[in-house]
Design a protein around this ligand. Sequence first.
Ligand SMILES: [Zn+2]
Ligand SMILES: [Zn+2]
Length: 244
Amino acid sequence: MLPSFIRGAARHVLDFVLPARCSACGVIVGEAHSFCADCWTEVAFLGIGGCSTCGLPLQATEADSCAVCLARPPRIARTRAAVAYDEVSRGLAIRLKYGRKVAIAKTMARFMAPLVEQGGERLLVPVPLHRSRLWWRGFNQSALVATELSRRIGIPAAPMVLSRQRRTPPLKGMSASQRRRAVSGAFRVREPAAVRGKTIILVDDVLTTGSTAEACARALKRAGAERVELISWARVVKPSLLMR
Ligand SMILES: [Zn+2]
Ligand SMILES: [Zn+2]
């Protein structure tokens, strides 16, 4: 491991040699891992507002938690996403998934980092892929993001503690109960000692219905995790909620 000032210097040399490019459209920009002015206006940043539990925008009548979380507290105690899922954020997620672009993971981590809370013993755990898919693709995109996030915020990342035991079908188009059944028992904690008593922060690239993350949280809690949170790059949000 090189001393950090040498690594920092090496990074500056690279920054000097290669001009920074917009993470979405590729035009040259002034700052690395950022967006150009045009793309910046396209991205819907979600921030830390909204329901204190699920992070979705609140209705005018709701104070701290949304009615859904109050009625039935979810297994994941805190969910946050950097941006809404749209053309731009989807583009980044796809390029990360199929291109192993570490620069993309760095961009995502940059905007996810301010949304992660500190305190107590915490561990970043990426949502795992099944080994057949891992073999096919060669890497887990969420693990790349977890590694970059760990570098930024200093919370250790543990990409191996959770595993996907079986392949799960695409959840798109399924009802809530069908989704639950499809992912039930799909995840297993390989090293319970690594999660026991800790706050686990699940790391995902795109959050859609949350069924997969819920199944991960269930396995982690069973293995002794004290609390489970979730941070993702993009999240599917109903356009009507974004308008408020
Ligand atoms: Zn751009
Ligand atoms: Zn909520």
